[in-house]
Design a protein around this ligand. Structure first.
Ligand code: BDR
Ligand code: CA
Length: 338
């Protein structure tokens, strides 16, 4: 079923804080923490964030997802070094979901999670602390509603932070996450998208926390295809980072190209960062989103009240469309600066 129009243009109106991409600490930057399970598309999202002067990346928190935690935290550091940012703080978080056993996706991302380019083992150290405590301490230490969480993997770390320190919910500016799907169905089961499926209980905690959420589901990310022409534009920049990004895409897209029969595959996670940089590239609608946690058949399904048939609170801005050309232009231009 096609994702039905009309969309309202994306705004941060309604129950979303109005504003520009401006941090309260540094008037020229928006402060973010990237919670991630790299993953090739996570890697490109991290590169996009580190290449963007509008954003201040306070730290990167790794979670188990595409591959086990030992690999996701190592991959996060590899990407920081590729970006020339060995100073970035990278923390390891949860090694498994809250309730269910860990499900990984080596069949998509390869054995390392970052198959494709040959990237050296990182020299920069992993931070000593637990990612969940870094999230809590950072949000508490910064001005109220100045920190945005960018969630690119299962929501385990963020849920644990909300359970351990419920006071942070009111202090978070916004959570922008990649996850879920509705009209497009699922990608790991017929009903569920990978990030939500892996930890549906964590997703429930996050969606019920009363925090402004922007959600980039498969309905949006399946329109952001890494076509041959877009990959060629990246390679044409002839920089080490753009070359590595193109190699990441080359490996990553093969699975979904075979599956969907498309020219290229969906580049999911960079939608989160691109939304912060250029929200007008996206269209969406404020909806209630509820997560299935009981039925094995539809476990992790994001049930989106797109048509407003319930009175349930509109707890997320659900993105349903993206200007894919503008999105890839943004990625290509920014990555070329690294
Ligand atoms: C999501 O799952 C992972 O495989 C990707 O990194 C992305 O975050 C897409 O369903
Ligand atoms: Ca991811």
């Amino acid at each position: 079923m096609a994702f039905a129009a009309p969309f309202s243009m994306v705004t941060r109106a309604g129950n979303f804080k109005k504003g520009s991409t401006v941090s309260d600490d540094n008037p020229s930057k928006r402060a973010i923490i990237i919670d991630t399970d790299p993953g090739q598309d996570d890697a490109i999202a991290i590169l996009l964030a580190l290449a963007s002067p509008e954003l201040e990346v306070l730290g990167i928190t790794a979670v188990a997802g595409n591959v086990p935690l030992e690999l996701t935290q190592t991959n996060a550091r590899k990407i920081c070094e590729l970006a020339g940012r060995p100073d970035m703080r990278v923390f390891a978080g949860a090694s498994r979901p809250l309730v269910r056993p860990l499900v990984t996706a080596e069949y998509v991302h390869g054995k390392t999670g970052l198959d494709g380019p040959v990237l050296p083992e990182p020299e920069m150290a992993l931070e000593d602390g637990f990612a969940v405590d870094f999230i809590i301490d950072t949000i508490r230490a910064r001005p109220n509603q100045s920190v945005t969480l960018c969630a690119l993997g299962p929501l385990t770390n963020i849920a644990l932070a909300l359970v351990k320190a419920p006071d942070i919910a009111a202090k978070i500016r916004e959570i922008v996450l990649m996850g879920g799907g509705f009209f497009e169905g699922g990608n790991v089961t017929p009903a569920a998208e990978f990030n939500i499926y892996v930890d549906p209980h964590a997703a429930t905690t996050v969606f019920e926390a009363g925090i402004p959420i922007v959600m980039a589901p498969l309905d949006c990310t399946h329109k952001a295809l890494t076509t041959r022409a877009r990959e060629a534009a990246l390679r044409a920049k002839k920089t080490p980072v753009c070359d590595a990004a193109a190699d990441l895409i080359d490996f990553f897209e093969r699975f979904d190209e075979d599956k969907y029969g498309t020219d290229g595959g969906p580049l999911h996670d960079p939608c989160v960062i691109a939304y912060l940089l250029q929200p007008t590239l996206f269209k969406g609608r404020h909806c209630n989103v509820s997560i299935e946690t009981t039925s094995e058949l539809t476990m992790g399904m994001t049930v989106i009240d797109w048509w407003g048939v319930t009175d349930l609170p509109k707890n997320a801005l659900v993105l349903g469309d993206v200007d894919a050309g503008g999105f890839f232009d943004l990625i290509t231009e920014r990555l070329a600066t690294l």
